[in-house]
Ligand binder design. Structure first.
Ligand SMILES: CC(C)(COP(=O)(O)OP(=O)(O)OC[C@H]1O[C@@H](n2cnc3c(N)ncnc32)[C@H](O)[C@@H]1OP(=O)(O)O)[C@@H](O)C(=O)NCCC(=O)NCCS
Length: 178
């Protein structure tokens, strides 16, 4: 199927997630190096769970805008990014993202988040995007800070992350006008 690109960047683009992407997404969701810093690090996902997730975000587009992160060089899917819990009345959403390990450290997440902010602020007219990140997740903190997110709160020793013990959950926010 032809991939629809929604927003194009220099290294990566945000595109429509296809049903045929789900086998890859399923592998990545079960990769502990990725999972460790997402919600429920211990969770196990069956293929059918991934299909249900795909159908849910497809059905609930008003609340969730999920994109595939595409590498421009290869046109291949390298990760997922979503604006979740979109609240049009109050004008905010929560950002989440991950990349397959082999694509880490190339600036891809930084650019994908920048594109997501363009989408959030210019295309759906939100005021603010928030993100939650575990304190040991230095790469993600850097991605957020490079995109102008500000640390606004912290739940101390709030979540158990294997290999790190109980970690702080940091709350970041980025207003449209900073
Ligand atoms: C977090 C994640 C998306 C980052 O993706 P990425 O494409 O590698 O990020 P980028 O290359 O755009 O930027 C990473 C930045 O973090 C820095 N970084 C990486 N590891 C670091 C570490 N251990 N300590 C400090 N900085 C670190 C990099 O140097 C880079 O900063 P720079 O451009 O100033 O050099 C990726 O590691 C991932 O998918 N992790 C698992 C899932 C996850 O954590 N998702 C986010 C949940 S909040």
């Amino acid at each position: 199927m032809i991939r629809q690109i929604v927003l194009r960047g220099k290294k990566v683009s945000l595109g429509i997630l296809l049903k045929e992407d789900i086998p890859k997404v399923w592998l990545w969701y079960n990769d502990r190096d990725i999972r460790r810093f997402l919600s429920s690090p211990d969770a196990l996902f069956y293929f059918e769970d991934e299909m249900e997730w795909y159908e849910r975000v497809r059905r609930e587009k008003e609340r969730h805008r999920v994109f595939g992160i595409l590498e421009n060089r290869s046109d291949g899917l390298v990760g997922i990014l979503g604006l979740h819990g979109i609240d049009f009345k109050n004008g905010y959403a929560e950002l989440g993202y991950f990349l397959a390990k082999e694509f880490w450290g190339k600036g891809y997440a930084t650019e994908a988040v920048s594109l997501a902010l363009t989408y959030a602020f210019e295309w759906i007219n939100l005021r603010k995007v928030i993100a939650r990140v575990y304190a040991p997740n230095k790469a993600s903190i850097r991605v957020l800070e490079k995109n102008g997110f500000i640390l606004v709160g912290r739940l101390r020793e709030h979540v158990y992350v294997p290999g790190h013990g109980f970690v702080d959950v940091l709350f970041y926010e980025r207003f449209r006008n900073i």
